[in-house]
Design a binder for this molecule. Structure first.
Ligand code: NAG
Length: 139
């Protein structure tokens, strides 16, 4: 009987987790991702983000316009990794906008990237609020 009720409890927990509910307060908060075109020249920026299971899709955004999506960091194994392709002029670059193993401590509920021609800059919210970290294009 004891093992049966343990099984029942586990089943309930799994069902709630699959439904994406947060009834037990054990799931990690959803991260809202905002990737914004910061080309003051007025050029459009093509953005296409994915992780291994989700394709957010391609969109072309204007200056100051955000490409937004949200996701929930994994609970047990920190394996969420979102990468994006960026196209403008005749350039094409890839960049990892969220790697749970590295970014989870600094990025909790929101992540703001501004895309420049020389590379993406993250405006921090949690650690050193409003500080800006810039990265050169790696590919
Ligand atoms: C946005 O672009 C302006 C003009 O090039 C630049 O001064 C500023 O640092 C950029 N902001 C970010 C967060 O990259």
């Amino acid at each position: 009987m004891v093992s049966l009720s343990k099984f029942a409890l586990l089943t309930i927990l799994v069902v709630f987790q699959l439904k994406g509910g947060n009834s037990f307060g054990i799931l990690k908060p959803i991260v809202h991702m905002y990737i914004t075109n910061n080309f003051t020249t007025g050029e459009q920026l093509g953005v296409h983000c994915k992780d291994k299971d989700h394709d957010i899709g391609y969109r072309s955004i204007r200056f100051a316009e955000p490409y937004a999506f949200k996701f929930r960091p994994a609970f047990f194994i920190p394996n969420i990794l979102y990468f994006c392709g960026f196209t403008f002029s005749n350039e094409f670059h890839h960049f990892v906008v969220y790697d749970q193993t590295k970014d989870e401590k600094a990025v909790k509920r929101e992540c703001h990237w501004q895309i420049n021609k020389y590379g993406p800059c993250r405006i921090n919210v949690l650690v050193n609020p409003n500080s800006i970290e810039c990265f050169p294009w790696s590919t």
